[in-house]
Design a protein around this ligand. Structure first.
Ligand code: XMP
Length: 329
């Protein structure tokens, strides 16, 4: 059987062979797959890899710092962060329909990534008078994804709307997918061996559309701050209770259009509920609600209602999947 060290050696050799003296780009999501894929490619080709991290403002507390500080410190990777919170908030303003939110976030994400790629290519051209371009796009595809999609490998085309420095309109990349033979637990082991921080290696699943689909109602900056604060408390208490590895994930959902009456200190409040959605699962296709210990639930509830001004009620989702999905939108 493969040891983690031999997986790393063989994968790094295969990447070197595929990429040759070419350049690669990798979008980081903050999640384990893209981080481990990028770390392997970085080990193989060094600073001929450029990582791109899109901060769309829908991230959880600390995620940007984990990528910008911890990931970069652990790998030495070249990172290009794009700050596009205002753009995403403008595009999402007033939108309440879940599918509409997902479409907008997906569309904006691709546009931003295209523009960032064009910038990276323009900069590579400046650094290398010979005019290097970026030929490879790194993706964190895992073995189960390969099986599910029928096993093909290929190329990806990004249409450039932001034509920087005379780039062709369509940039075509060959895909580098260093995790194609691996399962999730192997990816985590490789990441740990490569020195990636525990917060990234052990991270639970988090949806691409981020907190945008955990606010039931329209997304705005204030609501995001409220949800981010509540989510950070829940995650902190679950971690302190040693439950990270026994639960699959625990979305915290803000019911932004619902208000209920409460009493706090010497006054009546009229605030919002948050929902805790702890689930146990093998593969997210089915899930059961997790019987969290009452004392952990109590600490989360007390802290959220004390520390997050807009939230005066914490409720527990006790629905399995099916019929409920894990996310609320
Ligand atoms: P559901 O809500 O369908 O979620 O039961 C199943 C798993 O998928 C995650 N999820 C997503 N992941 N992009 C992602 O990368 C998405 O749009 C997305 N939607 C849901 C969810 O967190 C759960 O782990």
């Amino acid at each position: 059987s493969w040891t983690t060290a031999s997986i790393i050696d063989e994968t790094v050799a295969a990447i070197r062979e595929q990429v040759g003296d070419g350049h690669a780009i990798c979008g980081l999501s903050g999640g384990v797959d893209s981080a481990v894929a990028a770390a392997l490619v970085q080990r193989a080709i060094g600073d001929r890899l450029t990582c791109v991290f899109v901060d769309h403002g829908l991230l959880r507390a600390g995620e940007r710092e984990q990528v910008e500080k911890d990931f970069v410190a652990a790998t030495g990777a070249t990172l290009h962060t794009v700050d596009v919170e205002a753009r995403f908030l403008a595009a999402l303003a007033g939108v309440t329909d879940p599918e509409e939110k997902r479409k907008i976030i997906g569309r904006e994400f691709i546009r931003v990534f295209e523009a960032a790629t064009a910038d990276v290519i323009a900069n590579n051209g400046a650094d290398h008078p010979a005019g290097h371009t970026v030929d490879f796009l790194v993706q964190g595809t895992l073995y189960p994804d390969v099986v599910e999609s029928g096993g093909g490998t290929g190329t990806a085309t990004i249409k450039s709307h932001h034509n920087v420095g005379g780039l062709p309109d369509d940039i075509e990349f060959a895909l580098v997918e260093p995790l194609r033979a691996l399962f999730k637990d192997e990816v985590r082991a490789v990441g740990a061996q490569l020195g990636l921080p525990e917060v990234i290696v052990a991270r639970q699943p988090f949806p691409g559309p981020g907190l945008g689909i955990r606010i039931i109602g329209a997304v705005d900056k204030q609501r995001l701050e409220t949800l981010r604060a509540a989510d950070a408390i829940a995650r902190e208490e679950l971690t302190l209770a040693g439950l990270d590895r026994s639960i699959w994930q625990c979305p915290v959902v803000l019911l932004a259009d619902v208000r209920s009456v409460g009493v706090q200190g010497d006054g009546r409040t009229y605030g919002h509920p948050v929902v805790l959605r702890p689930v146990s699962s093998e593969d997210a296709m089915t899930a059961d609600w997790t019987r969290l210990p009452y004392d952990v639930l109590e600490r989360i509830s007390t802290r959220i209602t004390n520390e997050v001004a807009e939230v005066n009620r914490v409720v527990l989702d006790v629905t399995s999947k099916p019929p409920g999905t894990i996310e609320w939108e």
